[in-house]
Design a protein around this ligand. Structure first.
Ligand code: PMV
Length: 354
């Protein structure tokens, strides 16, 4: 007799924070010391596609990343997300007296990024979000994105924000069990659809200090993180206002300030953590120079850089300014190779000619 076999495939985009998550108040539950806010990129830019299968004939849970099998460590973050999803499925079977005991089956997960994993771009956000979303789909669970965000968060904090499109906040919450530390959509992609992200791959090497290690060291050693924790609630409010008013000038200023504050906190950590390099700093200078011109013409900021736990830059801008920014990058980084999407993503591996 053939055993039952269920399958679903989902695609989940990467998100890039404009108010950064940095610091955990609980390492085991991935509970943050501050709220954060991000923009979910377009699916054709950077995303993860994950197929989940479950079958009574599978002997264990298995995971493949870009075709290569990865070990699922018992009690690790992937294992936690899978068990949480099985638990939700079991509740559902009990509640609806569903005769398919799918919650007892093992799962196979195959996940592909549409960008090189080696490019040093954070793939954990889209990766864990796709994992949770694919299981919710294969299990036919009627859960909302906010409910699923509670589980994706336990895989990787930033993953909870990738379950929504558009502009997404992750509220710290106050409960010790993390039950209110979840994502919420601030505005849909349609609300402000002419925001673009120009991604500059500055280095394709794997980052030196993982976000988990970095956050722990910051919380333990940086006095400046306390100031950041005081600062962020006000910035969250200002950022939500800027987004609802489609005020790019305010959005850009807050985005750059928050990225710089996050990297200052990393520098204040002992031993210090340097995520940005000389090329990153050259991009910072270029963007400020680009803005100086438009501010002089009373047009306000036209571009905003932001850097995560690595040297790659994401430059947010309105669609009408993409061409000027791409031309500027190509001018100062003539060796940049267009990759994937010719006007959005560039390699700028070497020191700039400036
Ligand atoms: O989700 P994690 O644990 O990889 O942490 C992400 C941290 C930053 O990317 C630096 C900031 C953020 O909010 O995404």
């Amino acid at each position: 007799q053939m055993s039952d076999y269920w399958q679903a495939t989902v695609t989940t985009p990467v998100n890039i924070a404009v108010i950064k998550y940095w610091g955990k108040r609980s390492v085991s539950l991935n509970l943050p010391t501050n709220s954060s806010l991000s923009v979910t990129l377009h699916q054709d830019q950077l995303c993860t596609t994950t197929t989940a299968q479950c079958s009574a004939s599978f002997e264990k849970d298995r995971l493949w990343l870009n075709g290569k099998e990865e070990e699922i460590k018992p009690g690790g973050r992937t294992d936690t997300c899978i068990s949480e999803m099985k638990r939700l499925r079991k509740q559902y079977e009990e509640q609806y007296e569903d005769s398919h005991a799918v919650s007892t089956w093992h799962v196979h997960l195959a996940s592909f990024n549409n960008f090189p994993t080696a490019a040093g771009l954070a793939s954990s956000a889209s990766g864990y979000a796709a994992l949770v979303h694919s299981l919710a789909t294969v299990y036919r669970l009627p859960y909302t994105s906010t409910e699923l965000s509670l589980i994706a968060r336990q895989g990787s904090g930033s993953a909870c924000r990738s379950l929504f499109g558009g502009f997404v906040a992750w509220d710290t919450g106050v409960n010790e069990d993390g039950s209110d530390s979840k994502a919420r959509q601030v505005a849909s992609e349609d609300h402000w659809d002419d925001i673009n992200a120009v991604i500059c791959i500055v280095s394709d090497e794997k980052k030196g200090t993982s976000s988990t290690t970095g956050m722990q060291r910051t919380v333990e050693t940086s006095p400046l993180i306390q100031e950041r924790i005081r600062l962020v609630p006000g910035r969250m409010e200002e950022m939500e206002r800027a987004i609802s008013a489609q005020d790019f000038d305010a959005f850009a200023q807050l985005t750059m300030k928050d990225s710089n504050n996050f990297h200052a906190v990393c520098l204040d950590t002992s031993p210090p953590i340097f995520y940005m390099n000389d090329v990153s700093r050259a991009i910072v200078a270029l963007v400020h120079e680009f803005n100086r011109v438009s501010i002089g013409q009373k047009r306000g900021h036209r571009a905003a850089y932001t850097f995560d736990a690595g040297p790659n830059a994401v430059i947010y801008c309105l669609r009408r300014n993409v061409k000027d920014i791409v031309n500027m990058i190509m001018h100062y980084f003539p060796q940049a190779e267009p990759f994937k999407d010719t006007y959005k993503v560039f390699y700028a591996k070497d020191t700039p000619g400036m």
